[in-house]
Design a binder for this molecule. Structure first.
Ligand code: MSP
Length: 607
């Protein structure tokens, strides 16, 4: 039984590798032979995987409640939400957790400064995050707050396991601490700076936050013992931390100093946290407390294994060390499996600078998603965000990008191809293989030209290309590929001017229907692939095409089956009734008003 299972997995992996590389090769150099490619593994994969292996568990970092949510927080959440929706589309059983990180000195100080009881303070800000996520269609299945009872039980249990296995001991910590980062630093991580009043201070070289010297008796975790096991894990799993530059960064850190880690603070200094079991004079270090949230939701300590073995984390680059060194070390110490993948993303800056209250450049994600629409913001963040490098947020860039790609390109294509003037019957038109014969057909007299065949090749290859980029969370590359195809389809329509074919001539009518059929098939691909990014827009598009809910999955990405001589279930079906605009054109921000309008030009976006 076990042998069969292993061979299925092995075969799936081999086939999957074959399919990606082969399909991608075909996509990069489209040729007629692409139509003879084997069916993509993509659509076989999920059903081949045993049910218990179809689980997928995705998490966001839990958010600090010392300040209101900003655009960077929404980016972490949208990235995880995209992965959750994508996996569901592929037939996985996905669970998605987000929530708030409510303990620690930073929160204690923020609540004190606000003159509020810490729990009430936390509840208020946690509700703001929850409201933002609900408003932006972040489809989490669990929301965790570290002040919940279920979490306290999980943390206490986890601590007791680490202690009983001898990985926690009482010691003296003396060194630098940053309250803003809730992080201990070695001397080489600290530098000199001056505060706003000109006073000399020490700061963390990485975050720029102020650090203070602390000397305390507290509990230490034997982190130094885990160096080689962590190196083995990373070397044996080259995709454990993605993108690769962050994987390399973690391996580099592991060559540096790796002292034991202080995992508690004296209660006299930190009251707002979970007390160390059996020692009420100490409070558990907030990062240990926070990281365990991922286990709490998975059902730790009683029923976590089903979900825990399918765990994937989305994290910003600033918290990589905690997730790729401390967390795996804690898990190894507790004899628990390590996460499958840590997906790291870079940061959003504004005007080239880190967002901060003092600079007044904090971008409010709720206000922007009201102004630019929810799907508009989701699209912008995932289209413009590049995991490897920081990106600069700019309202004008949002407007230009969305108008170019969602309103003009995609919306324009839908509008043209479903217009009652071209399609008075409002049905999915028929494909005529005499007008668009398979390439290679001897002496074909069709009306399609070489570029049309190239477009078909590109769209046919698109799901595999998109899948590869979605899997590695290089979403901007997937969206760039989709956009390239949308442009090709617009070019196809433009080339054949279907609006000039309505003469009633039988052949012209067949060709007109074929142009529309091919274009709607392209749109059906784009709508299906875009569902995890812009769920509302994709739904509107697919509904307009008359696609039924059960036809929206990844398995339904069967492009233009009529071209392959098979029956198409959509032909002759009534189009959906919603003829509204797919994405309304946005106004340029105020600063631009009154300026003379420039000539319309394609927006330049990262590729
Ligand atoms: N509470 C910790 C995480 C604990 S997880 C066990 C924390 N919270 S945070 O609120 O400061 O950050 C949450 C997420 O937002 C992190 O992934 C962080 O990288 C991300 N971002 C914060 N500022 C950001 C930008 N300016 N841009 C993009 N993401 C950024 O860290």
């Amino acid at each position: 039984m076990m042998k069969t299972y292993l061979s299925i997995i092995r075969n799936c992996k081999v086939a999957q590798r074959w399919s990606f590389s082969h399909a991608t090769r075909c996509a990069l150099s489209p040729s007629p032979s692409f139509w003879n490619c084997k069916r993509l593994m993509v659509r076989r994969l999920c059903t081949d995987i045993p049910t218990e292996d179809r689980n997928y568990y995705i998490t966001t970092p839990i958010f600090y409640v010392n300040a209101a949510p900003h655009i960077g927080h929404l980016y972490s959440a949208v990235t995880a939400d995209f992965l959750h929706r994508y996996k569901i589309l592929q037939g996985f059983n996905s669970r998605f957790v987000t929530g708030t990180d409510e303990h620690g000195l930073k929160i204690q100080q923020a609540a004190n400064a606000a003159g509020q009881d810490p729990l009430r303070f936390c509840t208020k800000v946690s509700e703001r995050f929850k409201y933002l996520f609900k408003s932006c269609h972040i489809s989490y299945t669990d929301y965790i707050r570290t002040t919940e009872e279920r979490h306290r039980c999980a943390v206490e249990h986890f601590w007791t396991v680490l202690q009983s296995k001898g990985f926690i001991y009482k010691g003296n910590y003396e060194g630098w601490y940053s309250t803003q980062d809730e992080s201990f630093l070695t001397p080489s991580q600290v530098g000199d700076a001056k505060d706003s009043s000109g006073k000399e201070i020490k700061i963390s070289l990485e975050s720029g936050h102020k650090v203070e010297w602390m000397k305390e008796e507290n509990y230490m975790f034997r982190l130094s013992e885990f160096r080689s096991r962590l190196q083995e894990w990373l070397e044996g799993n080259p995709r454990a931390v993605q993108p690769e530059r962050f994987h390399r960064a973690v391996l580099q850190w592991l060559q540096e100093d790796l002292p034991d880690l202080s995992v508690s603070r004296q209660r006299s200094r930190l009251q707002w946290g979970i007390p160390v079991p059996g020692d009420l004079d100490q409070t558990i270090y907030v990062w240990l407390d926070a990281l365990v949230n991922y286990l709490t939701v998975a059902g730790y300590p009683d029923s976590h294994s089903q979900w825990w073995r399918a765990a994937h984390h989305v994290v910003g680059k600033d918290i990589l060390k905690f997730h790729a060194i401390y967390w795996p070390a804690f898990l190894l110490a507790a004899d628990l499996p390590l996460p499958q993948t840590i997906h790291v993303h870079s940061h959003w800056t504004v005007g080239g600078k880190k967002m901060s209250k003092s600079l007044g450049n904090v971008v409010d994600p709720l206000e922007r998603s009201q102004r630019f629409t929810i799907d508009g913001m989701r699209y912008f963040l995932l289209r413009q965000g590049v995991p490897d490098t920081d990106c600069d947020y700019d309202d004008d860039k949002v407007v230009k990008l969305l108008n170019a790609e969602l309103t003009d390109s995609l919306g324009g294509l839908l509008n043209r191809c479903t217009a009652p003037s071209l399609n008075p019957a409002q049905v999915y038109p028929h494909f005529c293989s005499d007008s668009f014969p398979s390439q290679g057909t001897v002496a074909h007299k069709g009306r399609a030209v070489d570029e049309d065949y190239h477009m078909l090749d590109a769209v046919r290859a698109l799901p595999a290309v998109v899948e590869q980029h979605y899997d590695s969370v290089q979403v901007y590359k997937a969206l760039e590929a989709i956009n390239r195809c949308v442009r090709q389809t617009n070019g196809f329509v433009q080339r054949h001017t279907p609006w000039k074919l309505g003469s009633g001539d039988g052949m012209d009518q067949l060709w007109l229907d074929t142009i529309l059929h091919v274009s709607l098939e392209c749109l059906r691909m784009y709508g299906t692939l875009l569902q995890p990014i812009v769920p509302q827009i994709a739904d509107k598009l697919l509904s307009r095409l008359g696609v039924k809910p059960e036809e929206k999955s990844w398995a339904a990405l069967d492009f233009l089956v009529k071209y392959q001589g098979k029956d198409c279930p959509f032909e002759g079906r009534a189009l959906g009734p919603d003829t509204g605009v797919l994405f309304n054109r946005l106004e340029r921000p105020n600063a631009e008003k009154g300026k003379p309008k420039k000539a319309k030009k394609a927006t330049k976006v990262k590729s």
